[in-house]
Design a protein around this ligand. Structure first.
Ligand code: PLP
Length: 286
């Protein structure tokens, strides 16, 4: 497996990060998660745009152009002969010293890692995921904005640990005000009386799969309403599903031990999953 590192391709064994890289020391960097389906990279432009927006938000200047980044991503896939893959571009502040001042890091580091990948949740697309609302809250938009896909994923990790401990497949965050935010790695859709609801992206990552799902559902005649949601809306929903690059569109049939709707995967969720499979060519199986 070859990994892109600052313009060169190195083997997995040689792809090492300096202990002085501020991405490692401080989580000072940004990343993306991208999928390729059957040799086609899904929403490449959108992911590259978001990577550069994340970098800009932390005053990190990516040393190559967006076109060069896109080409490097495609080249990484070609070099590895990958057709169904997960691709992870990372831009870190680069190598500095032990102090946190980014001025000590003259050159950002770029890494692109890829691997073969199928649908993340296996059989769970049929029966639905068990989700847990966790005590840890999503970052406030005025601090480390959840819109930044940064290397600081500690609160997502803590959420996942909490969900794991409680037997959940995925964690659901509330934001600092108690509104529904997102999952640890995906956005949330709630269905009630035939209408689809999703939280505004002020308190969650501007998911590219989320935007795709909204588009696909609207094309199919469903009304999608963007607005704040509370726990009440979740517990009384007819259906819930999450969307993400890794998760694709995945149903949630149990939340905090309670069945959602009748506890089975509902019709609008099925339509969303099918629509997504149509545009990606994904079969839903690894
Ligand atoms: N929310 C978080 C915290 C994520 O890490 C991700 C994954 O990228 C998402 C949502 C879903 O975003 P996307 O659909 O762009 O992958």
């Amino acid at each position: 497996l070859l990994i892109y590192y600052n313009g060169e391709f190195v083997t997995k064994e040689n792809a090492t990060v300096s202990i002085y890289d501020h991405g490692f020391l401080y989580g000072d960097g940004v990343f993306e998660g991208i999928r390729a389906y059957n040799g086609r990279v899904f929403k490449l432009q959108e992911h590259v745009d978001r990577l550069y927006d994340s970098a800009k938000a932390i005053a990190l200047e990516v040393p190559i152009s967006k076109e060069e980044m896109s080409e490097a991503i495609l080249e990484t896939l070609r070099k590895n002969n990958l057709r169904d893959a997960y691709i992870r571009p990372i831009v870190s502040r680069g190598v500095g010293d032990l102090g946190l001042d980014p001025r000590k890091c003259p050159k950002p580091s770029i890494y692109i890692v890829s691997q073969e990948w199928g649908a993340m949740y296996g059989d769970l697309y049929e029966v639905g995921l068990k989700a847990i609302t966790v005590g840890i809250r999503r970052n406030a938009p005025d601090a480390l904005s959840p819109n930044i896909k940064s290397l600081n994923y500690l609160n997502n990790i803590l959420a996942k640990i909490e969900a794991n401990e409680k037997g959940g497949d995925e964690a659901i965050f509330l934001d600092q005000n108690g509104f529904i935010s997102e999952g640890s790695g995906d956005n949330i859709f709630v269905i009630k009386n035939g209408k689809v609801y999703t939280p505004p992206t002020i308190n969650n990552l501007k998911g590219i799969t989320r935007a795709t799902a909204i588009e696909l559902l609207e094309e199919r005649g469903y009304e999608v309403i963007v607005g704040n949601l509370g726990l009440f809306d979740m517990y009384t929903a007819d259906e819930i599903f999450v969307t993400g690059t890794a998760a694709e569109a995945a149903p949630i049939t149990k939340l905090d031990g309670r069945p959602i709707g009748d506890g089975s995967v509902g019709p609008i969720t099925k339509a969303a999953v099918a629509a997504f499979e149509e545009v990606t060519g994904s079969t839903g199986t690894p």
